[in-house]
Design a protein around this ligand. Structure first.
Ligand code: GDD
Ligand code: MN
Length: 386
């Protein structure tokens, strides 16, 4: 010590500090526009989990209704409440993964933030996993003793039933409610599976079970699915398209192509193929129908096809990273620029190959494939950057 410096006081010895209580359970709650449900859910957990050391992690995708603020307001006085706020809507599955990875408890439960999942079965779910009886506990709306009453409409009922039957046909283990958003597993198991999860769409449980494979031991706990009181469901028809995509990805792409061709690329190429049809239709209408100059009709057709492709990719291929509001227009412009360069490359490469005596069809196909790969790779990083 030099003159005038005061010695730094020794830290309290670890032996005298009380040990931090290890958490029994982290409840991960993905939420989008659930501000009114946050406080009632925490109160319900407080009752249901009495006697356990728990935390709740709300993962909010920057909801406009102030869901994150509602969670933070509680967190000020209750250290069991945590909030992860992500900018931009990035989707249910990836919210669950992010929340689960941010937790430190020995077990992780995932439940909806709209009070539709009955929190009183959480201790039974935790017990099934902690006792070693099961690796995964699933809250089921369809097991014996359960009640799916809260499915809002007959339409939702039928949709659920067909989705369930479809999912059951290829699942490695039997589940009465494979689309449930309510489940619990040890953090160790989650972390082992996490690197292989797709993080896309709604069906995180399905993804977990498919990743785990046939050895997984599952305990189903029946519950009564409540009706939603506040806010509205975010599940829509396009979610089904993503569901089909997950199945395609798991059962075909990963199994037979070793995962080298991403699902998004398949979707992007299919959208591109539809775009060709749009192009031809507009060209036909302009040239033959309206007697426009060929160049004009061709230019209009190109712009129409690009706009169509952009819109469909934004709705389906990149649904989880969808551009909204003014960003749609800058995205469209950028997309057209990228695809314009792709088209020039396509034609240039095909011409160069043809000049070197490659057969015309092969030259054309090579140019087209390189064009699509370019469009995909560049628009994925520039237009829909994650
Ligand atoms: N962070 C985040 N981001 N949360 C989201 C998003 C999103 O993009 N979309 C939905 N959520 C949250 C909702 O706020 C809610 O807490 C939960 O995810 C479930 O969404 P709902 O909109 O309430 O879904 P649902 O009730 O129609 O669907 C339920 O049943 C499906 C099967 O029929 C859910 O349990 C689904 O997980 C389940 O697959
Ligand atoms: Mn719901």
């Amino acid at each position: 010590l030099r003159d005038g410096q005061t010695p730094i006081p020794a830290a309290a010895s670890p032996a005298t500090a009380p040990p931090a209580a290890a958490l029994d359970l982290s409840v991960v709650v993905p939420c989008y526009n659930e501000a009114a449900n946050v406080a009632p859910l925490v109160a319900a957990l407080d009752t249901a989990l009495a006697g356990l050391a728990w935390e709740v992690i709300f993962v909010d995708d920057n909801s406009p209704d102030g869901t994150a603020a509602a969670a933070r307001a509680l967190a000020q006085h209750d250290p069991r409440v945590r909030c992860i706020r992500r900018i931009g809507r990035r989707g249910l599955a990836s919210a669950v993964i992010e929340g689960a990875l941010a937790s430190s408890a020995a077990a992780i439960a995932v439940m909806d933030g709209d009070l539709q999942h009955d929190e009183t079965i959480l201790p039974a779910m935790l017990d099934a996993v902690r006792s070693g009886r099961a690796d995964l506990a699933v809250g089921s709306r369809f097991a014996a003793g359960a009640d799916a009453g809260g499915l809002s409409s007959p339409w939702r009922h039928r949709l659920s039933e067909s989705g369930i039957r479809l999912a059951q046909s290829f699942l490695p283990v039997r589940l009465s409610d494979p689309l449930s958003g309510y489940f619990l597993l040890s953090r160790a198991l989650f972390e082992r599976l996490a690197p292989s999860l797709t993080g896309q769409g709604f069906k995180i449980l399905l993804d977990l079970v498919l990743t785990a494979g046939p050895g997984l031991r599952v305990a189903e706990v029946p519950f009564r699915f409540r009706a939603r009181e506040a806010g509205e469901s975010k599940l829509d028809v396009l979610v089904l398209v993503q569901f089909a995509g997950l199945i395609l990805d798991r059962l075909v792409l990963r199994r037979f192509l070793g995962g080298v061709v991403p699902l998004r690329f398949i979707a992007f190429a299919l959208v591109g193929a539809l775009g060709v049809l749009v192009h031809l239709a507009v060209l036909e209408a302009g040239f033959a129908g309206l007697h426009l100059h060929f160049e004009l009709a061709q230019s209009l057709a190109t712009v129409a096809a690009m706009a169509f492709n952009f819109a469909l990719n934004n709705q389906v291929t990149y649904r989880d990273q969808r551009l909204r509001g003014p960003r749609v227009w800058s995205g469209l412009l950028l997309f057209m620029l990228v695809c314009g360069i792709g088209a020039i490359a396509n034609v240039g490469i095909a011409q160069a190959l043809y000049a070197q005596h490659t057969p015309g069809l092969a030259a054309g196909a090579t140019g087209a494939v390189i064009g699509v790969v370019w469009n995909y790779a560049v628009s994925a990083t520039l237009v829909w950057r994650a």
